[in-house]
Design a protein around this ligand. Structure first.
Ligand code: 1GP
Length: 231
């Protein structure tokens, strides 16, 4: 069983985006703690299976962040299931989960499943538009969202998602305070070592996504920066 509580750095790969073997090897062998597989649009069973099989050549743990019932592929080390805390469309809270459990409930290995209280901070992200995410009013509200996830619902993970833009450290700090014992992931717009380090000082784990496809070297540099021991 995976233990994400020790993770400091992860890469997130989108099955809908091409990545060549050399780049994939560099990412998987970089020393990152895990590879998350997920995306908002264009995620299919076939492209998810293909990406998982390619990552499986390496020892790094690989986790599927489920975004589509059609693309739930067996064989991952674990499955992260987002519950969108600030979804304006309430169907993004539980409707797909009910549909999934109705059909596949008896096949699930529950020890591999972890629910994420997902808080969307970038209103322009595809996932924000899809779920009609409500804007986060201020740090106090962000903290309250994290508390709803961690304390009220006892979810193991709070994921602050700024996909496509670099987030507000004050908001992330407030989420960390509200998350208490839940594990805090931060993802969104990390393009430089400085940004990776800044968010890693607040969140338990940082997630590096898009930059992989734009500047692989910059993406790889975030691993060492985050995992370097503080002296
Ligand atoms: C996306 O949180 C991740 O789901 C990472 O965001 O792609 O902006 O790095 P970026």
């Amino acid at each position: 069983m995976i233990d994400f509580r020790g993770w400091r750095h992860t890469f997130k790969l989108d099955p809908d985006k091409p990545i060549d073997d050399e780049a994939l090897e560099a990412l998987c062998e970089s020393g990152t703690d895990a590879v998350l597989v997920g995306g908002t649009y264009g995620v299919t069973y076939d492209n998810t299976l293909e990406l998982m099989s390619r990552i499986r050549r390496y020892a790094v743990p690989v986790v599927l962040e489920i975004s589509s019932l059609e693309a739930v592929v067996p064989g991952f080390d674990a499955y992260f299931v987002p519950l969108v805390l600030n979804a304006g469309d309430p169907d993004w809270l539980f409707a797909p989960h009910v549909a999934g459990l109705r059909d596949y409930g008896s096949y699930i290995h529950w020890e591999e499943i972890f629910a994420e209280g997902y808080l969307i901070g970038n209103p322009d992200a595809s996932v924000a538009r899809l779920t009609k995410a409500k804007p986060i009013a201020d740090a106090e509200e962000a903290k309250a969202y994290a508390r709803v996830a961690a304390k009220l619902c006892r979810l193991p993970i709070v994921y602050v998602e700024y996909s496509g833009t670099y987030g507000d450290p004050e908001i992330v700090r407030a989420c960390k305070a509200g998350a208490e014992d839940a594990h805090l992931f931060y993802g969104g717009g990390i393009r430089t070592v400085e940004q990776a380090v800044e968010m890693a000082q607040i969140a338990d784990t940082v997630v590096v996504g898009n930059i992989i496809y734009e500047d692989l070297k910059a993406a790889l540099a975030t691993v060492e920066a985050v995992k370097r021991p503080v002296v």
